[in-house]
Design a protein around this ligand. Structure first.
Ligand code: BGC
Length: 432
């Protein structure tokens, strides 16, 4: 292991999402999904990490870890519990949280949509209904008018590709209505919603005199690598890449619709991302030899590879590959919006962080303008279908007492933030 330094101005932080940590909200699609028995360990999001009530404690912990930025999301179902009815109490709550972050010198980056919908949206067809783009724009307008003085950095929609794939292509997530046509239809709506929100966030903040608005998205990106390298596998990998990634990258960054989503620039040609946001966890090995009937093959983990508690391959080079690919295409600042691992006993998280940040260091050496890294996640939270059982936090949360305790890997990450890199002393302390 070698020491390395991150450049001055590089920001380290953590990411969370509202449903996964806040608790206390029943008015959203995921709470209902949990109620109807879909979550593996039978838990629901109703308590989660109780961050709604404990955010001052959590911000104090971030401060103790020297974190410089925090990526959080707002719960649309709290802010607009019924169509056109905005809840000023929810807004006041988020203002208090953001004011506290700003006062402690932690720069917020706010995500507007993170996998959940208010029930009124879900029951009106969710993102299959093209009107969802109008509704989302209305919500965005209310939010930026009320929080625009505190927040300059925005993520419109988190990982629309992951959300829509699980809701409409692979299945398992609400509303679990599988079909390619539905997937594509919802993707068109989300791309339109992103572009409209991008314009709105800039417009409202510019009208209020702010020049430093930065808006993007966060796409869940991964390499698809053919197992045996046959023509069939390479084609299958390319189709997965297009369906899962390229449609969203070009739609959201450029307004360009690729087949089979559409063609050309029906929403206007432009640059709708001020930064390129990457959520990176793992890669897929595409195996067609052993799954001849599946048109896209079987997605596997490389034989013998190290894996997380969820069985995901730990593959740090993938972070380099994904960031490099889109930097070469767009030349806009890269924000690593999520990167993390499930490790209940904290056996390999520090090593995971070290190896992924080493890749960031390599990217910087090679001239890629990576500006931020958000570890996923600050706290153990509600991990969608896994419920509370998958532990991603730098800070452990006891599910019965909700007590927080910083894991060793959390202190390691905090030391990286404090020192602007990894020093010899840290290598000795954490890796012996
Ligand atoms: C999602 C997070 C989730 C993480 C781990 C990511 O792809 O964006 O919400 O917690 O995976 O499951």
């Amino acid at each position: 292991m070698e020491i390395f330094a991150l450049p001055k101005g590089f920001l380290l932080g953590t990411a969370t999402s509202s449903l996964q940590i806040e608790g206390g909200d029943r008015n959203n699609s995921w709470y209902r999904w949990g109620q109807t028995g879909h979550v593996k360990d039978g838990t629901t999001s109703f308590i989660a990490a109780d961050h709604w009530n404990r955010f001052p404690e959590d911000i104090a912990l971030m401060q103790q870890l020297h974190l410089q930025t925090y990526r959080m999301s707002l719960e649309w179902s709290r802010i607009e519990p019924e169509q056109g009815h905005f809840d000023s109490h929810a807004m006041q709550h988020y203002r208090r949280e953001l004011e506290m972050l700003v006062a402690t010198g932690i720069r917020p980056l706010v995500t507007l949509h993170y996998f959940t919908n208010p029930l009124w949206v879900e029951d009106a067809g969710g993102w299959l209904n093209p009107e969802a783009a109008d509704w989302f724009e209305g919500y965005t307008t209310y939010v930026v008018e009320n929080l625009g003085d505190l927040v300059s950095d925005w993520c419109t929609i988190n990982a629309p590709n992951q959300y829509l794939a699980q809701a409409y292509l692979i299945g398992g997530w609400p509303p679990n209505e599988v079909g390619l046509t539905r997937y594509l239809r919802a993707a068109r709506t989300m791309i339109a919603a992103h572009i409209r929100a991008y314009r709105k966030l800039h417009q409202v903040r510019a009208a209020a005199g702010y020049q430093n608005t930065s808006v993007g998205t966060a796409l869940h990106l991964r390499p698809f690598d053919p197992k045996h390298g046959t023509g069939h596998e390479r084609r299958a990998a390319a189709i997965s890449d297009r369906l899962f990634q390229e449609l969203f990258v070009s739609g959201m960054c450029e307004g360009r619709l690729l087949q089979p989503l559409g063609s050309g620039y029906p929403l206007g040609e432009g640059r709708y991302c001020d930064f390129f946001g990457v959520n990176y966890y793992t890669r897929d090995i595409v195996n067609c030899a052993d799954a001849p009937a599946a048109p896209l093959g079987r997605r596997e983990v490389r034989d013998g590879a190290p894996t997380s508690n969820l069985g995901w391959e730990i593959y740090p080079e993938g972070l380099y590959r994904v960031c490099r690919r889109y930097w070469d295409r767009y030349h806009i600042p890269v924000f690593i919006m999520e990167n993390g691992t499930a490790d209940a006993t904290d056996a390999f998280r520090a090593d995971f962080i070290y190896k992924h940040l080493w890749q960031v260091h390599q990217l910087l050496e090679d001239g890629v303008d990576v500006q931020r890294y958000y570890y996923w996640s600050l706290l153990d939270g509600f991990e969608w279908l896994e419920g509370l059982s998958a532990r991603f936090g730098l800070i452990a949360v006891d599910p019965s007492t909700l007590e927080r305790s910083v894991r060793t890997s959390g202190w390691f990450y905090g030391d990286i933030a404090k020192n602007g890199g990894v020093t010899t002393k840290m290598l000795q302390q954490y890796f012996g």
